[in-house]
Design a protein around this ligand. Structure first.
Ligand SMILES: Cc1cc2nc3c(=O)[nH]c(=O)nc-3n(C[C@H](O)[C@H](O)[C@H](O)COP(=O)(O)O)c2cc1C
Length: 321
């Protein structure tokens, strides 16, 4: 199969799916941060949506998930990530992703969240290889020409090569490995040596292997890709440390940081309107409003705001823009 995954230059970068983080509003901020670097846009090679419940879509309809599923052309290639353990629902969501014009579909098989596992999805699928195979098969059937990938962890309780043999035996195109087990949650540093072992296991399988966990900056991206022979690297929380991660710059100019927040606020409102708690933006306020004298004061004020207008008001009163 010749999908966008195979056409990427290696090592490629992927912005990790993160619930309540990687919606269209944030993905646009990441693109904006790269665009201000110069003429070319330095951005992740691949975007993912945050995870979306396949059961939810099938139970209450796609309309309720329109913000989660929203994307624009400048984000391509963009992959829709779904979680769920009902093969029929995954089939339907794969068809939907195709209809909406996504470039790929990813199945979440690593999420340790109790509510996700309770439905048999996320990390729970690592314990049920037969069901995982059916979920993959039906997703691929629904996806038709779109490539399907799986994002998973090293194993449930311990590193589980059987799990990976099983995944490598399916028709997925790419495999993303978060270098921790389910049991380890996020409590230990990602185990890149173990990711390297799975790369060896996958040799000759034709699957693209992408490593994930604790990647700090672009230098780290290149080092890890080379050391562990990876096709690509997925970056999650590194972007919280530095929204300019993908253009390999550290920006401490308050004006530039505030402008990015303002654009993000604007897009957040456009995307969600009144349908998302404004507190979701507080994580980003902490990220952008950081690193200069006076940032702490402005940040504390912004943390008390309840909507975009209040936030913009504080910023303009602070005389920063
Ligand atoms: C706030 C947050 C939300 C996350 N949501 C998802 C998700 O929706 N789907 C998923 O596969 N992983 C999710 N993850 C896991 C990340 O994609 C990634 O695997 C993990 O953070 C390790 O990578 P990092 O060390 O680069 O952050 C989430 C992580 C965080 C911190």
């Amino acid at each position: 199969m010749n999908s966008f995954w195979q056409r990427l230059n290696k090592p490629f970068t992927v912005l990790a799916p993160m619930a309540n983080v990687t919606d269209w509003a944030f993905r646009q901020a990441v693109i904006e941060a790269g665009a201000s670097a110069g003429l070319s846009v330095d951005r992740p090679d691949v975007f993912f949506t945050e995870f979306i419940s396949a059961d939810g879509i099938c139970a209450i309809g796609r309309e309720k998930f329109k913000s989660e599923l929203y994307f624009t052309e400048n984000e391509r290639p963009i992959v829709a990530q779904f979680f769920g353990a009902n093969p029929e629902h995954m089939f339907k969501c794969a068809q939907l992703a195709q209809e909406l014009g996504f470039d790929g579909i990813d199945i979440n098989m690593g999420c340790p969240d109790k509510s996700v596992e309770k439905q048999g999805g996320g990390a729970a699928l690592m314990k049920n290889h037969e069901l995982a195979a059916r979920v993959i098969k039906e997703t691929i059937r629904g996806a038709e020409k779109l490539p399907v990938s799986v994002k998973t962890r090293l194993g449930y309780i311990k590193v589980d090569h059987d799990w990976f043999r099983h995944l490598l035996d399916t028709d997925i195109v790419a495999l993303i490995i978060h270098g921790r087990t389910r049991k380890e949650m996020s409590k230990v540093p990602a185990r890149w040596d173990e990711i390297g072992e799975i790369v060896e296991l996958a040799r000759g399988s034709g699957k693209l292997i992408i490593g994930n966990g604790d990647v700090k900056n672009m230098e780290d991206v290149y080092e890890k890709a080379k050391k562990y022979n990876l096709d690509g690297i997925m970056v999650g929380r590194g972007i919280f440390q530095n929204p300019w991660f993908f253009s390999d710059r550290e920006i401490d100019d308050p004006k530039e940081r505030i402008n990015l927040l303002l654009k993000h606020l604007d897009n957040f409102e456009k995307l969600w309107g009144p349908n998302k708690n404004f507190n979701v933006m507080k994580r980003f306020i902490k990220i952008y409003i950081n690193g200069w004298p006076g940032a702490k004061d402005l940040r504390s004020k912004l943390m008390t705001t309840k909507n975009k207008n209040q936030a913009v008001d504080f910023i303009s009163k602070g005389g920063v823009v």
